[in-house]
Design a protein around this ligand. Structure first.
Ligand code: ZN
Ligand code: FE
Length: 256
């Protein structure tokens, strides 16, 4: 099992620190800001080996240049389509990153929709999926189409159920409040809510989220399921295919 730590950055973002076999050397996913990363490295006496970038938005990449000025030799992995300054290795779908200090390769999944070049990193059972899937939610469709976002969500849905979702934001509680308006009788959703409330009150992250649970409580993974579909119809949805339902749901969330 890899050791992965959450580093809170900006207001509600997480950068993720993946500790290697030599646990004093780490890899950072999505450094939205440099200072908290530098503090984490200094406080724990760690060395930074590499940076993984899920997509180009500033709240996921804002710390890159400053980290590069401190560590000019690090490898930075990201999608060619997202064109992020500082990238040393452009990566794409089905490629694998092998880092000597990790016990397993990192697999690359293309998950366009939020941005066109959005990628996810799968390391053992840990999925770093940026702003595509959140716990009990889904990212906004900014650059891609609903069809692309749907395919990306399906790709994540089809990963093994023990996959852990390490997403980019602490949005879980707000997402649960929205989900409960559609799925009020879902006892697993209510259970997750009390669990998350406890974590947040202790200033702990609600993440990672277990895919198996998400499949039962995240409305964006359940657009084809009866309670969600009938809730959407009650709100005016008249479409007849899963992509239209996903888009309608995303638009409802935008207005919530
Ligand atoms: Zn984003
Ligand atoms: Fe973001």
């Amino acid at each position: 099992m890899p050791t992965i730590a959450a580093i809170p950055v900006l207001t509600d973002n997480y950068s993720w620190a993946i500790h290697g076999i030599d646990a004093t050397r780490i890899i950072i996913v999505d450094p939205g800001e440099a200072k908290p990363i530098l503090n984490y490295l200094a406080k724990n006496n760690l060395k930074l080996d590499a940076i993984l970038l899920t997509h180009h938005h500033w709240d996921h990449t804002g710390g890159v240049q400053s980290l590069l000025s401190h560590f000019p030799d690090i490898a930075i992995y990201g999608s060619k389509l997202d064109e992020i300054p500082g990238i040393t290795h452009f990566i794409k779908e089905n490629e694998v990153i092998i880092l000597e200090n990790l016990s397993a390769p990192i697999h690359i999944l293309a998950i366009p929709g939020h941005t066109l070049g959005h990628i996810a990193f799968l390391y053992e059972n840990a999925l770093f999926c940026g702003d595509t899937l959140f716990s009990v939610g889904m990212g906004k469709i900014f650059e891609g189409t609903a069809t692309q976002m749907y395919a990306s969500i399906e790709k994540i849905k089809n990963l093994p159920p023990h996959t852990l979702i390490y997403c980019g934001h602490e949005y879980t509680l707000a997402n649960i409040r929205f989900a409960q308006t559609l799925d009020p009788d879902n006892t697993k959703l209510s259970f997750r809510k009390s669990e998350v409330e406890k974590l947040i009150s202790k200033n702990l992250p609600s993440l990672p989220a277990l895919l198996r649970t998400e499949l039962e409580i995240n409305p964006f993974l359940r657009c084809d399921k009866k309670p969600i579909l009938s809730a959407l119809k009650n709100k005016g949805y008249t479409g007849d295919h899963a992509i239209a339902a996903l888009l309608f749901l995303r638009e409802l969330k935008n207005k919530f």
